[in-house]
Design a binder for this molecule. Sequence first.
Ligand code: HQG
Length: 181
Amino acid sequence: MNYQLNKTSKFLSYILRHQPEAIGITLDTEGWVDINVLLLQANQHGESLTKELIEEVVKTSDKRRFMISEDGLKIRAAQGHSTQQVKIKYVEQVPPEFLYHGTATRFIDSIKKQGLIAGDRHYVHLSINEQTANAVGKRHGKPVVLKVKALLMHQQGFKFYLADNGVWLTNNVHTGFLIFD
Ligand code: HQG
């Protein structure tokens, strides 16, 4: 991805997941904002954002981080939110037997004590395979992949959701459902 697209993607992540108020916009509870409002406000705050750039980022994002509404007028982040403005009603799904969580080795002691916690984000993020989880873990340091007994959790009443970009979401994961080796 070229520099400008990467920069735009990071800006959109920041605004659409975490700090919409930084440019004076409000997201609806499903995370959507009118693209024209976003463009106007972003440019008023010194960001040179264009509709073409947004469309290019949406199209080329390896993780399909952002979605444009069917009518083409609105944009949202698929998952990863921390802003309290957004409470996406994800549809509950039955997970596969195992899902994977990529993290860094330095977090392992704490995770062994506390299980996986969502932290600032609304959910713990789980991946469908070890390879994806490994890439997620690398963002934080020396990666390590934990196996999560997802179906067992589901059978015990814990809820799972699948975001539009294939990331699985759940609330905190107790240590008993984690496999560390
Ligand atoms: C760790 C990326 C200590 C957790 C990815 C993670 C993902 C604990 C970090 C999305 C802990 C939180 C989210 C505990 C969890 N003690 N550390 N008890 N429980 N942690 O960035 O899952 O590129 O908020 O293991 O693809 O890394 O942004 O979450 O290392 O889907 O589009 O606390 O971000 O997508 O880090 O990544 P994050 P994440 P994007």
